[in-house]
Ligand binder design. Sequence first.
Ligand SMILES: [Zn+2]
Length: 293
Amino acid sequence: LAAKAGAVGALIRSVGTGAYRLAHTGAMAYEDATPKIPFAAVSAEDADLLHRLLAGGKQAVNVRMKMGCEKLPDQPSSNVVGEIPGTELPSEIVLLAAHLDSWDLGTGAIDDGAGCAIMLEAARLIRAAGGARRTIRVVLFMNEEQGTSGGRAYTERHRAEMDKHVAAIEADEGGARPLGFSLVGDEPALGMLRAITAPLETIRAQAVTQAHFAGADITGLQVSGVPSIGLSNDMTNYFDWHHTAADTVDKLDREELALSVAAVTVVAQGLADAKHTLPRTPAASRELPSWAR
Ligand SMILES: [Zn+2]
């Protein structure tokens, strides 16, 4: 839009909280027909400073953009998939999702190393307890951050198997204290999931809320009607750190991660052992919100 209006460059206020004057990176795209002008994020504090200077109206405000980033050609990469075959219904799948890639500013500890750790540990616990009636499939997706090509490749490759996916659960909210789960769907799916999460009241993670989106990696499953569930974490500090140089492992808390593992384990095993699967998501509820398309 800025290029169309004749701009030579554009700045966006960081999509994050104004903490520590850190700029947050993130995805952007150019339209084919529009000039590819430089585009950068500034920290919230610096955006405020620019606004104050501009509001004063007394002086010219100049910004010099010096950027070292470049877009390199795509390279082959892979999702990482592992599963615990179901003991009675091995063709039916409960999918546990997180993503392996991160932005290069930080190490990706909260986005989404925490989610990968939660899903791997939940699967390990289920296996240690003798497995489940249905298959538990852990998929650590590649390329969530720059177009979800890992998620799209999975949906494409497993299209014939979509009906066999009885649920998909994604952990991608940073791994702080678990608050419960979001579910794309209506009653009676919400009620069935609430029955499964009831024991999580002891760690105050039993809440089930209705949502239009459960996780970027599993949107292909969502629109295919697979009941899609997101682990909800306390995101109070998440946007201080996500997509910045501060996304490092010191932000993770062992106890909080363990609570998330407990929450996912209860739900994954509950769904994999349940007599009846959740109903498929009604067509009207499958549609993604516009920002996630
Ligand atoms: Zn993420």
